[in-house]
Design a protein around this ligand. Sequence first.
Ligand SMILES: NC(=O)c1ccc[n+]([C@@H]2O[C@H](COP(=O)([O-])OP(=O)(O)OC[C@H]3O[C@@H](n4cnc5c(N)ncnc54)[C@H](OP(=O)(O)O)[C@@H]3O)[C@@H](O)[C@H]2O)c1
Length: 228
Amino acid sequence: MAEVVITGAGRGIGLELVRQHAAAGDRVYAMARDPGAAPALAEVAAASAGRVSVHAMDVTDDASVRAAAAATGSGPIDLVYNVAGVLGTVSPEFGAVDWAAFDATFDVHVKGPLRVLNAFLPRLGAGAKVLSLSSQVAASTWPYGGYHAYAASKAAMGRLMRGIAMDLRDRGIVIGIVHPGYVQTDMGGPGADITPEASARGIRALAAGWTLERSGDFYKWNGEPHAW
Ligand SMILES: NC(=O)c1ccc[n+]([C@@H]2O[C@H](COP(=O)([O-])OP(=O)(O)OC[C@H]3O[C@@H](n4cnc5c(N)ncnc54)[C@H](OP(=O)(O)O)[C@@H]3O)[C@@H](O)[C@H]2O)c1
């Protein structure tokens, strides 16, 4: 049984990761920005025989992140998933950038995972893993424009996590960056390529097999390395 922390757990890929880890017998700390607005997560927790607890965590708020971490106790954590994300503005806004929205996207994707990692770091030992969800649009190989704040912030998160992987290597902590696929969630929409079930299954397999030698690397949900 692993002790697993999942942010953005109220819906989408995060919720599915909660379901699958709970079904596998893990102890899951499910972090939702507003648990009262996440009825599906409440159902999963209620049916989990105590394996899933739900905690309020807004990853843009340091106090909220630290309070949620404290509410999970002080024992070792095996796996942290940084899932919380926002799409932000899709079309280019040359000349009329919504700076507040731009900054908010960076806050969720770049500072959020760092806040979460900081809050749980004292409880991460050798072999613990932190996987953060990036996107194919973060890669320099992505052939389209648009999604400026989203793409740039996910790219920044990837670079941040790659650096952290180097900093934490001596402690045996494994850091992973993951493109979850184009997934049928509120963010991906119904026409996306794969289901949350398939994405979460792939992400869990990645997490299980991620070794220190590959710490700081970028992978797709299906196990293939992702270009930077
Ligand atoms: N779906 C795709 O095709 C796709 C592709 C590539 C990458 N991704 C990445 O995969 C991750 C999950 O995406 P998804 O498709 O599951 O998205 P989603 O269905 O839109 O869910 C996003 C989740 O993030 C949470 N969240 C947003 N801002 C937050 C904050 N400040 N603090 C805490 N939680 C916050 C949301 O909480 P609320 O319910 O409170 O809003 C929600 O639980 C994201 O990082 C996304 O960028 C998704």
